[in-house]
Every structure is written in structure tokens, then in C-alpha cells.
Design a protein around this ligand. Structure first.
Ligand SMILES: Cc1ncc(COP(=O)(O)O)c(C=O)c1O
Length: 376
């Protein structure tokens, strides 16, 4: 028996010990587009790589957030406030809700997992527009529940088809607004219609990771909908417009009883003191966040012009990324871009083999991208 076979035999034994649902999942195996920039640079033998594959803020966090996080360093021997009261009070005061209507989590990812852990049982059905962010499906499978993909229509979440997919087994509907990877929005009237029709015993989860980038006035805003429905959970994150992805801070908004369910399983010290301090300072730095939104909007317009110049089409986006139709094998285009030190996300993983998902980078980096796309 060679070493590989021994490893797989030991894995098979470990899997027998695990809950059966886990047999359907694989560990996260980063490929080139998932690596940190330094590793990309090493792998490609390039001095400077432009990473446009992770929907990160290319300008970094607010200087005020950096200062606040630095101030926390000397207290790292002490456990932090487990509920993050300062951050929760500040956010909820601004949003005009009660402090016990939000829960802080280790990024939005942890909240998605906690939600599945709290509400899903084997054989429950979970409606998930497709393609969308992968963690809704992964956390559903982890609980032994059944993900029910509902195809997008013209790259948009299809509310009618979602309602048609509802059955007596439906436990959760996940929506992502704006949707990753398409950047398209659900309008307020579409959301109002869904809420009117969706049985009240189904949990509606709206992931608003990218909502701060949206500028269309008719974009649905989950907070408007909160008073209309008890079983609703909104997901937000500091990883995107706030530029704090590695600080790992997300939060959920709902009514107090639902938040209290999630609090029962939240690990008490899930958000670090550094994360809490950075998030608080960033939340208060409205000028910086507004500037990030404006830069994103103007750089997105610029990316559109580059795509048009390269004879490629795109889905108009309300997020910090654009889904581009490259009209050829996207993996080959990714490879060509990587040779020039530019990493974007192939649509293949989303079932879109001729599309790229391109994060809105700095203007100068987009210009580099545009030059390579002209030759594709
Ligand atoms: C739609 C969506 N939700 C959640 C996340 C995860 O965010 P976080 O970094 O807060 O875990 C992402 C990350 O890309 C995302 O695209």
C-alpha cells in the first residue's frame, strides 16, 4: 500500500466517525485565484500581482480603523467583550433598531453556518438561487439538508420560480442581494411580493454583503422589510466596502427572538477585540465609506468601457465586481491574465464557463487588465 492509499484509508475511517452528511463535502482547496497575494506572486514568479478574484476593497481599511486596531494590540492578553456591546449599540442606533436585534459573527460566513446549524434538520429543503455564493449550499449540505437550486432568469433572482419551488419541507430561502457572482439586484417591489407570498414558517435569509455598493434607488433594502416579517435574517459584513476582510467581522439583523436563537450557539468570543475595534471605527468613518462607494461606482464604469473596447459584454452590476462574457473559454482567459500578473475568477465554478467575475480594482490595475483583454 503506498502512502496515498494509507492516507485515503485513514480518511475513510475518520469519515465513518463523522456525521454522514459530511461525506458530501470537501475541504476548501484554494486554487490560484483563492491564494493571498504573496503566495500568488511566488507561484507565478511575478513581482506584483493584481488580485481581482475575491471582491476585496483595493484601497484597504479606513486609516481610523487601522489606528483603532493598533490601539488594541497591547490588550491582546485579555479576552474581549464577548457580545461586542460598543459595536452593536453603535450600529443599531444608526439603523434605528434595538441592540438585541443584532448578532456579531466571525465574518458573514460564520453567520451562514450558525443559521444552518440552528434551523436545519436532515431532509429540510433550502431554496438557493443559482448561481450564487457557495456557502449557502455548503452549510445546507453540512446539516444533511437538501439544497434546492433555482436558476436565475437573465442573471437575476427569479422570485416567481422561488415561490414555485416552495414545499411543505422548505425551511430556509437564501437570497443574496446584490447577487454574487452576477451583481444584479432584487428590487424592493420584488422583495415585497415575495414576502407577501412566502409562508411565514419559512426563514428568509437575505445576504447583503454587497448592499453598501448599491446605488439604484429601487434596490431592495432588507431593513425596510423587517417590520413586515418575523422570520427574516439579514446578513452584513465588514469584509467588503469596509475593507476589513481579514479582521473577520460580520453581523446579522433580525427580531430579538430569532437573534436569541442564534446567540445560543454563537461561540462566546467569536469576534476578536481587533475586529470589533476596527469595525467600530470604520462604521463611524462615513466619509471614508462614501468615498469607497463613489470610487467603486466610477471604477466600475471604467471597467465597462474596457470590456466594450475588448468586444466583451457584461451584466450591469450594483456590487464591487462585474460578470463579463468573454465569449470564449474563461479558464484560458484566466490563464492569459495570470501570465500578466492579473488574477480574476473564472465563471466555471458558477456554471458559467465563458464568464469571468472581475473585482473592481484600482483604476490603474483595471487599465492593465483592459490591455490584456484586448489581446484575448
Ligand atoms: C455574498 C457573500 N456573502 C458572504 C461572504 C463572506 O463574507 P465574510 O468575509 O464576512 O465571511 C462573501 C464573500 O465573498 C460573499 O460574497
Amino acid at each position: 500500500m503506498d502512502n496515498k492509499e494509507v492516507v485515503s484509508l485513514r480518511e475513510a475511517h475518520a469519515l465513518q466517525l463523522a456525521r454522514p452528511a459530511l461525506a458530501q463535502l470537501q475541504p476548501f482547496e484554494p486554487d490560484l485565484a483563492d491564494l493571498p497575494i504573496e503566495k500568488m506572486e511566488r507561484e507565478l514568479g511575478q513581482e506584483r500581482v493584481v488580485k481581482l478574484s475575491f471582491n476585496e476593497n483595493p484601497y484597504g481599511p479606513s486609516p481610523r480603523a487601522i489606528e483603532a486596531m493598533q490601539r488594541e494590540l497591547k490588550h491582546l492578553n485579555l479576552y474581549q467583550d464577548s457580545k461586542g456591546d460598543d459595536l452593536r449599540r453603535t450600529i443599531t442606533a444608526d439603523l434605528e433598531i434595538e441592540p438585541d436585534q443584532i448578532i456579531l459573527t466571525n465574518g458573514a460566513d460564520e453567520l451562514i453556518l450558525l443559521t444552518s446549524l440552528a434551523f436545519l434538520e436532515p431532509d429540510d429543503e433550502v431554496i438557493i438561487p443559482s448561481p450564487t455564493f457557495g456557502q449557502y449550499r455548503a452549510s445546507t449540505l453540512a446539516m444533511g439538508a437538501k439544497p434546492l437550486p433555482v436558476p436565475l432568469a437573465n442573471f437575476r433572482v427569479d422570485i416567481e420560480s422561488i415561490l414555485e419551488a416552495v414545499s411543505s419541507r422548505t425551511k430556509i430561502v437564501f437570497l443574496c442581494n446584490p447577487n454574487n457572482p452576477t451583481g444584479t439586484i432584487i428590487t424592493q417591489s420584488e422583495l415585497d411580493f415575495l414576502i407577501q407570498k412566502l409562508p411565514e414558517n419559512i426563514l428568509l435569509v437575505i445576504d447583503e454583503a454587497y448592499i453598501d455598493f448599491a446605488t439604484y434607488p429601487d434596490c431592495a433594502f432588507g431593513l425596510n422589510t423587517l417590520p413586515q416579517r418575523e422570520n427574516i435574517l439579514l446578513i452584513r459584513t465588514f469584509s467588503k466596502i469596509h475593507g476589513l476582510a481579514a479582521a473577520r467581522v460580520g453581523f446579522g439583523i433580525s427580531h430579538t427572538p430569532l437573534i436569541n436563537i442564534l446567540e445560543r450557539i454563537r461561540p462566546p468570543f467569536n469576534v476578536s477585540s481587533i475586529g470589533q475595534a476596527g469595525a467600530l471605527a470604520s462604521w463611524q468613518d462615513k466619509v471614508y465609506i462614501n468615498k469607497m462607494r463613489e470610487l467603486n461606482t466610477s471604477n466600475r464604469e471604467y471597467l465597462y468601457t474596457l470590456l466594450e473596447a475588448a468586444d466583451m459584454s457584461y451584466v450591469p452590476s450594483q456590487a464591487n465586481f462585474v460578470l463579463a462574457d468573454v465569449k470564449q473559454d474563461a479558464v484560458a482567459v484566466c490563464r492569459k491574465l495570470a501570465e500578466s500578473g492579473i488574477i480574476v475568477r473564472s465563471g466555471a465554478g458558477f456554471g458559467l464557463p465563458q464568464h469571468l467575475r472581475i473585482t473592481i480594482g484600482r483604476k490603474e490595475d483595471l487599465a492593465r487588465l483592459g490591455e490584456v483583454l484586448q489581446d484575448c
